[in-house]
Design a protein around this ligand. Structure first.
Ligand code: XMP
Length: 326
């Protein structure tokens, strides 16, 4: 009968045995898996670990701060931050096709990560040290799935910023390889990670970039971030975080409709709410959220977010709809 404490101790021992006194690098995405993997490695080998956070500017409100401030405060980890917001905006300029956006974000992410990697390697070499290991937040279900995985299920090109392509110059440290998601969350809580990180619902690697139907720009990102923050805050305030698997909030940037506000006519964009219930994201049903909650979210978004004059609810199951719109 294993406790979370036992799991933690066992993983810490394993990491120490594997890593010895070598240096380690780990990418943080803002998600649960990379955060817990990094915190475990930090617990095991302390300052031998350097974490890298590529801020692509496509995260939701508060998420970059959760990594840069709260995660660092909770773990004391060495963090290298690459502020790459402009790089991603430039690369995405004018691109509307969902797959093209995904590919660009994935490509730029790898490039940005590799640049950060080179800077850290150079810093280590200046101290006569070598980076030998790369941490990956691979979970047990990922290990099982990759037996056959991807191929058939690869309807959209998935990219996970926590897990990078296997970089042959490094040996991998995979401290979550034997764990399920709920165990990962429990270990994270035991390690003292912030509840916002440990309890975070799934969020795609390409982030808000694939929740803007149309091309991505700063103004659209800001607008979507406001709407998303309102929707999430109201869901949490209603105590319903556990009722939904996730709730993408999507901006239909290429659609406009007529509205009326105050004594004027508006011509604004719709925001889509996509709350879903699911076990594993392979299939999903739309969540029957209370009308009062939906009304509150709608009122707040249309009142508080300039440029949005309509909020619509996605009532499509998966299949045929996917959870994300792109
Ligand atoms: P779909 O939209 O295919 O999404 O029904 C299924 C689940 O996967 C998440 N998702 C992603 N996660 N990188 C990720 O790490 C991605 O590129 C990506 N695309 C979709 C989605 O949020 C849902 O939980």
């Amino acid at each position: 009968n294993w406790t979370t404490g036992d799991i933690l101790e066992e993983q810490v021992e394993r990491i120490r045995a594997q890593v010895g006194d070598s240096r380690v690098i780990c990418g943080l995405s803002g998600g649960v898996d990379s955060a817990v993997a990094a915190a475990l490695v930090q617990r095991a080998v302390g300052d031998q670990l350097t974490c890298v956070f590529v801020d692509h500017g496509l995260l939701r409100e508060g998420e970059a701060e959760q990594v840069e401030r709260d995660f660092v405060a909770a773990t004391g980890v060495n963090l290298y931050v690459a502020n790459e917001q402009k790089r991603f905006l430039d690369a995405l300029e004018g691109v509307e096709d969902p797959e093209a956006k995904r590919k660009i974000i994935g490509r730029e992410f790898i490039r940005a990560f590799e640049e950060a990697e080179r800077a850290i390697i150079a810093e280590a070499e200046a101290h006569g040290e070598k980076i030998r290991f790369l941490v990956q937040g691979t979970l047990y279900p990922d290990v099982v799935e990759s037996g056959g995985g991807e191929g058939a299920a690869n309807i959209k090109s998935h990219h996970n910023v926590g897990g990078l392509p296997e970089d042959l110059q490094f040996e991998l440290v995979e401290p979550l390889r034997t764990l399920f998601k709920d165990e990962v969350r429990a270990v994270g809580a035991q390690l003292g990670l912030p509840a916002e990180i440990v309890g975070r619902q799934p969020f795609p690697g390409p982030g808000l970039g694939i929740r803007i139907v149309g091309s991505v720009n700063q103004e659209r990102l800001d607008l979507l971030r406001r709407a998303d923050a309102i929707a999430r805050a109201e869901l949490t305030a209603a105590g319903l975080d556990n009722e939904v698997w996730q709730m993408p909030v999507v901006l239909l940037a290429d659609v406009r409709s007529v509205g009326v506000q105050g004594d004027g006519r508006t011509y604004g964009h719709p925001i889509v709410l996509r709350p879903v219930s699911s076990e594993d994201a392979m299939t999903a049903d739309w969540s029957r959220l209370p009308y009062e909650l939906l009304a509150r979210i709608s009122n707040r978004i249309t009142n508080e977010v300039d440029g949005v004059n309509r909020v619509v609810l996605d009532v499509t199951s998966k299949p045929p709809g996917t959870i994300e719109w792109e």
